[in-house]
Write a protein that binds this ligand. Structure first.
Ligand code: ACO
Length: 337
């Protein structure tokens, strides 16, 4: 068995900044409400015509990661692409990344695990590297939420939270004597909660013309996301805690060993709750949801890239990634940096 490690982290966010004040002009909401409930001050939205799609942003983040690794795209053996907002219904975004990034016909795998998509993707990459099947894997999380949100008062419980962006990592086989490696990953799902956070259509259940009719159960148009916010919040804080503990225990570690925790950026209040529950300092939990909102599969790699830029991680540090989201799905990764 080999070990895998993260070689580099890249990201891309669209230039267009949308503040809470901008949203006040579109719906009945307020800067104060959004900051108090979520901590979010602004987010990025693709501007029609700026050339960005989910896959294009994913490629930009991947190129940033490859440049930092000093690697050529043709050295990559596998693309793992996580998103809930693919450019096309099918095929998935992975093949678009392959088309834009490399001449080699390498495999492209799409991950559909929403906010847990990046941790699931990292775990998949880790297994392929461990077995020796692939040496260098690109894991990308990218989202274009703005194109699918209901930007009216009806959609305000969801639309103020989400933002667009992409993050990517290059993972490679760890060399003999290399101290940095992925120690373990831990993944879960519980589908009975699927309707608490979902987008119904288009799907094989909700097709034209039902797409254009309000669902009486959710009071949403099926092509906009629906979320039972408080229900999701309660499950999130429990599952985040469980899966962090599970990862630490699996490695004979304890909370006092954590140097940096990067939780999926779902809500600043969720991150603060976890920080308090684990008695971590503010410096030990990295948050950037204030600037980007919830970018789902992209949120952890964007945060990781910024944490590296801000020198929050030193070689040998214990890094914990944790995610929870629609499905429900959740997971953690315990990493020696
Ligand atoms: N502006 C002003 N008022 C609003 C807004 C808004 N944007 N949104 C909702 N409200 C109102 C509601 O209508 C409600 O009004 P009422 O009391 O008159 O009925 C009131 O504010 C409270 O609404 P809640 O939904 O109960 O607000 P809550 O405090 O729960 O905050 C939030 C909502 C921010 C969504 C929170 O529940 C949350 O963060 N949930 C977890 C999200 C999460 O973790 N998602 C997982 C990842 S996402 C993924 O996987 C795709």
């Amino acid at each position: 068995m080999y070990a895998s490690k993260i070689v580099s982290v890249g990201y891309y966010v669209p230039e267009n900044v949308v503040t809470n004040k901008d949203l006040e002009k579109l719906m009945d909401t307020s800067d104060a409400w959004i900051i108090e409930r979520t901590g979010i001050q602004e987010r990025r939205h693709i501007k029609p015509g700026d050339g960005n799609t989910t896959s294009v942003m994913g490629v930009k983040a991947a190129k940033n990661a490859l440049e930092k690794a000093g690697m050529d795209a043709d050295e990559i053996d596998l693309i793992v692409f996580a998103t809930l907002s693919p450019t096309l219904y099918f095929p998935g975004g992975g093949v678009e990344v392959q088309e834009m990034l490399t001449k080699r016909t390498i495999p492209a795998l799409d991950i559909r695990n929403q906010c847990s998509g990046f941790v699931y993707g990292l775990s998949v990459a880790d297994q392929f590297i461990k077995t020796g099947m692939y040496k260098n894997v690109l894991v990308i999380g990218s989202e274009n939420h703005s194109g699918g949100l209901d930007m009216t008062t009806r959609g305000r419980g969801v639309s103020v939270i989400f933002g667009d962006g992409a993050g990517a990592i290059v993972m490679s086989r760890a060399e003999e004597g290399d101290s940095s490696s992925i120690l373990s990953t831990h993944l879960h799902s519980e589908g009975k909660h699927k309707k608490e956070l979902m987008l119904e259509g288009p799907s094989t259940q909700v097709w034209v013309p039902e797409l254009m009719q309000i669902n009486p159960e959710t009071e949403y148009l099926p092509y906009h996301p629906h979320m039972n916010g408080q229900y999701v919040f309660k499950h999130a804080v429990t599952r985040f805690s469980e899966v962090i503990n599970e990862g630490l225990e699996a490695n004979g570690l304890s909370v006092s060993d954590i140097d940096l925790l990067i939780p999926h950026q779902a809500n600043l209040r969720i991150s603060q709750f976890i920080q308090k529950r684990f008695s971590l300092s503010e410096n030990q939990v990295f948050n950037n949801i204030q600037k980007y909102g919830n970018t789902t599969a992209a949120s952890i790699p964007i945060a990781l890239a910024e944490a590296v830029e801000e020198d929050k991680l030193q070689r040998g540090d214990l890094l914990v990634l944790a995610a929870f989201g629609s499905g429900f799905t959740w997971g953690s990764a315990i990493i020696r940096w």
